[in-house]
Design a protein around this ligand. Structure first.
Ligand code: SAH
Ligand code: SF4
Length: 364
């Protein structure tokens, strides 16, 4: 059997090797984390990019079994932030040199929704003299919509595959065309065809999920040549069908630890991509995101959603920063990031290096 030391110097891994890395404990795990940190510093540097997260609406047409804002959850007050509120949050991001914002919402595809996002994109570009980068996370849309939003200024898009295993995907979603695995895959390739920097990700520690499934998720990211990944622990939510399977879950701490290993291994597997320190990490450990930065992540998404709405955007239990205002969040974050040994890159878009590298490979 190969030594761990040898495996850690590789840049491609077999499924068995990934499974082994995902199970590391103690001193061996420390070696993995150390190597991931080295690779990160050598490839993307120790800078951290801020994306101001604006959860602008919790209205959703879908019913994913794990999500607290699913359509059928009647305990949620539905909201839509006004244009003024959204633009004020963007203005805050711009003035505080965040570099980029992420507009996230439930999934709708009505013409009114598509028009609204389009209008917002144009206004954000205008208020920031084209300087603020905009990432969208608004679910599956038609190619026409993706193109339209791209032309109006969005240049990155996040759409998690949730699980790359079709069977597991089907277990955590309703069985209908709105929630089809193949459509989700197709949406990811449409995004690429529309020239976005494309981000995806999975939930870690889902009921029914095996370590082999997670190894396959990592291989999937590599296979589809993704530019960015955001992945975090699955956290149960009482008002969802998946809560009924909570007896299958490992402890939150174990899911957290597994998520950190996923981040570290992904940094070895895809050294030049952007990896976000998921907010769900912070729901389990207050220093969770900083821990992810130490082992390979290089993007963090401070929450800029107007405070009144935050409690209605509970995708999962114990979502952090529910009543902190944006300014407070920024100051405490910066201090914690510096303690973790990284530097905040103010005023930079922080594009995925991989996006440019893959284009060069394609042209040559
Ligand atoms: N509606 C959009 C964006 C909002 S949901 C979409 O679905 O793409 C953003 C992400 O929240 C989802 O992709 C999912 O991975 C994550 N999420 C939802 N419920 C969760 C839970 N219970 N635990 C952890 N992450 C969850
Ligand atoms: Fe809607 Fe996204 Fe939640 Fe699914 S995960 S119910 S699409 S907000």
């Amino acid at each position: 059997m190969k030594s761990l030391k040898d495996i850690l110097t590789q840049s491609s891994f077999s499924r068995d090797e990934l499974v082994r890395l995902l199970g590391l404990e103690g001193e061996e795990r420390t070696q993995l984390f150390h190597r991931a940190s080295e690779v990160k510093n050598e490839t993307v540097g120790n800078k951290v990019y801020f994306r101001g997260l604006i959860e602008f609406s919790n209205i959703c047409s879908k019913d994913c079994f794990y999500c607290g804002i699913r359509k059928s959850n009647k305990n949620v007050l539905r909201y839509e932030a006004s244009d003024e509120e959204i633009l004020a949050a963007c203005d805050f991001a711009f003035k505080n040199q965040f570099g980029s914002v992420v507009l996230q919402s439930g999934e709708l595809s009505s013409p009114a929704f598509v028009d609204r996002v389009d209008r917002l994109l144009k206004s954000i570009k205008e208020l920031s003299n084209n300087e603020l980068g905009v990432t969208l996370s608004c679910g599956e849309q038609t190619k026409e919509t993706y193109l339209r939003w791209r032309e109006s200024g969005a240049h990155r898009y996040l759409l998690r595959i949730e699980s790359s295993n079709k069977e597991l995907y089907q277990k955590i979603h309703p069985d209908d065309s709105l929630h089809a695995f193949d459509k989700r895959l197709e949406a990811l390739s449409l995004l690429k065809a529309c020239d976005y920097q494309v981000g995806t990700g999975v939930m870690i520690g889902l009921p029914f999920q095996t370590t082999e499934n997670l190894a396959d998720d990592l291989l999937f990211f590599k296979k589809i040549d993704i530019d960015m990944v955001g992945m975090g622990p699955y956290i149960e939510h009482e008002d969802t069908p998946l809560y009924g399977h909570r007896q299958l879950l490992t402890s939150k701490q174990e899911r957290f630890d597994l998520a950190l290993r996923m981040v570290a291994i992904l940094r070895l597997l895809m050294p030049d991509i952007n990896i976000a320190a998921a907010t769900a990490l912070q729901a389990i450990d207050p220093a969770g995101r900083e821990k992810a930065l130490k082992v390979g992540a290089n993007v963090i998404m401070p929450n800029l959603t107007p405070c009144d709405y935050r409690k209605e955007y509970q995708l999962y239990e114990d979502k952090p920063c529910l009543d902190e205002d944006a300014e407070l969040c920024r100051n405490c974050l910066e201090a914690r990031i510096e303690v973790a040994g990284s530097k905040v890159a103010y005023g930079e878009w922080g594009d995925s290096k991989h996006y440019f590298n893959r284009k060069i490979v394609k042209q040559s």
